[in-house]
Design a protein around this ligand. Structure first.
Ligand code: F0G
Length: 437
């Protein structure tokens, strides 16, 4: 019996993106049992009264005090997981992140109106919390005995925090010696069992998939379709902040391609539900040393690429992205583009974003560096409205910050060297004098 469709009882179900096989929403599988394809969650369109619109429902919940309405994920629940019961939901709350305007960043990127959607303002400092609240809720709903993920650091920090909130044991696999300090510290402190794998992210991911399958642990990487449902709200919330007048472009850093997939799905559904009538174009930005998606894009997606990844932006140091097919669909839907930027461009963009007061982690700065590159190439026009997503907080990677500002010799052009002084006023005066124009 199919659980799908208006005649059936289910509000949501899962469907294989490759072969179309349907599974109930309660299936804990991480991929299609028939063909191994990735799963997606589908929902019945919300039943609305003649006088009510989704926009009004979302707006009325904003700033609400109940646990669901207070979350920038769950206040969009009709599009996320409509049948979730409040007692099952694991939330901080998360989301409700600012859309910032910083003149210095706009000028550097060459855009008149560049807006920064700051996802680093989530409870564990990255956009991962938006997917994790839904993934952890689903883990509870399916009665998982433990949860696991492979990670470059942010997913593991988020999973560790939400697992502790839910009271579930957590197992994380991270590449030894390649995780930014803040992320590793968070993961340990929130209490996840943390495995430092001698290998890269791609090796961690292969291992966690096998472990989840054989050891009956619930997998919470972004191939998990419930994570994607949560991450869609980055787009929904941005559209809401723009009064549902879509920007011309949304730029985001791209690694394992879960977020690109989520953005595509959010935009498709927003249009289907009449929230918007026009789609923004997606601009996915990779690091030059970790650019399998950019390579595939340049060849018209005729074949997948796999690279040995190397970049200072460790969050997106991924050579074999898991959600490639879903991300290609998102690119085609939105007439999107993929480009890559050098580590030097990422570091310069980061220094500009940081010095503007907004601040972000290195991978996040790739989106701003990518906008500048696409403006220079004439792909984005300076007068267009662009939103760049800052995916993680400035404090995620303090090691890189200290190297850049304090240790690199000769100092990079935007380095802000600390000044050691004797403990007296004349030393302070001397510094002040030196910095006067
Ligand atoms: N930005 C940051 C800060 C990230 O942590 C990630 C991914 C991305 C961008 C790319 O998103 O993988 O959906 O394309 N971090 C994962 C992790 C891989 O384990 O934390 P994606």
């Amino acid at each position: 019996m199919s659980e799908r469709g208006p005649a059936g009882p289910a509000l949501s179900w899962q469907v294989c993106a490759r072969c179309g096989k349907e599974l109930p929403v309660s299936s804990p599988r991480s991929q299609c049992p028939a063909c191994g394809g990735l799963l997606e969650v589908e929902h019945r369109p919300p039943a609305l009264g003649p006088e009510t619109t989704l926009r009004e429902i979302f707006a009325a919940r904003r700033g609400g005090s109940g646990p669901l309405d207070a979350s920038g994920v769950w206040r969009f629940r009709e599009l996320v997981l409509p049948d979730a019961r409040e007692e099952d939901v694991v939330t901080y709350p998360e989301g409700n992140t600012p859309l910032l305007s910083r003149g210095a960043v706009s000028r550097w990127a060459g855009i008149e109106s560049l807006l920064l959607k700051h996802e680093g303002m989530n409870p564990t400092g990255s956009f991962k919390d938006r997917g994790m609240t839904v993934g952890m809720t689903q883990a509870r709903r399916v009665g998982a005995r433990a949860v696991a993920c492979a990670s470059t650091g942010n997913t593991s920090a988020s999973l560790a925090a939400y697992a502790s909130t839910a009271g579930l044991p957590a197992l994380v696999f991270v590449p030894a010696g390649q995780v930014a300090l803040g992320k590793l510290a968070q993961t340990l402190a929130y209490g996840a069992k943390t495995l430092l794998v001698r290998g890269d992210f791609d090796a961690c991911f292969a291992l966690v998939r096998e472990a989840a399958e054989k050891l009956n642990v619930y997998l919470l990487n972004s191939i998990n379709p419930f994570r994607i449902e949560g991450q869609k709200t980055i787009v929904l919330e941005t559209l809401e902040q723009l009064s549902f007048e879509p920007p011309d472009w949304i730029a985001l850093p791209a690694g394992n391609l879960g977020n690109t997939s989520a953005f595509g799905k959010a935009l498709r559904e927003a249009r289907e539900l009449g929230l918007i009538t026009r789609l923004p174009r997606l601009a996915c930005i990779q690091a030059e040393g970790a650019n399998p998606f950019a390579r595939a894009f340049r060849e018209g997606f005729t074949r997948p690429h796999r690279v040995k990844a190397e970049t200072v932006a460790t969050a997106i140091k991924i050579g074999d992205p898991a959600s490639l097919d879903r991300a290609i669909a998102a690119l085609r839907l939105t007439d999107g583009v993929v480009t890559d930027v050098t580590d030097e461009e990422i570091l310069e963009a980061k220094a500009v974003v940081d010095a503007s007061g907004a601040g972000c982690e290195p991978a996040s700065a790739a989106s701003v560096a990518g906008v500048r590159r696409l403006v220079a190439e004439g792909v984005i026009r300076p007068g267009q409205r662009v939103v760049a997503v800052l995916t993680g907080h400035i404090l995620k990677d303090p090691g890189l910050l200290l190297r850049y500002h304090q240790e690199t010799d000769p100092p990079p052009s935007r380095a802000n060297r600390p000044i050691e002084i004797d403990a007296n006023l004349s030393a302070v005066e001397e510094v002040l004098g030196a910095s006067r124009p």
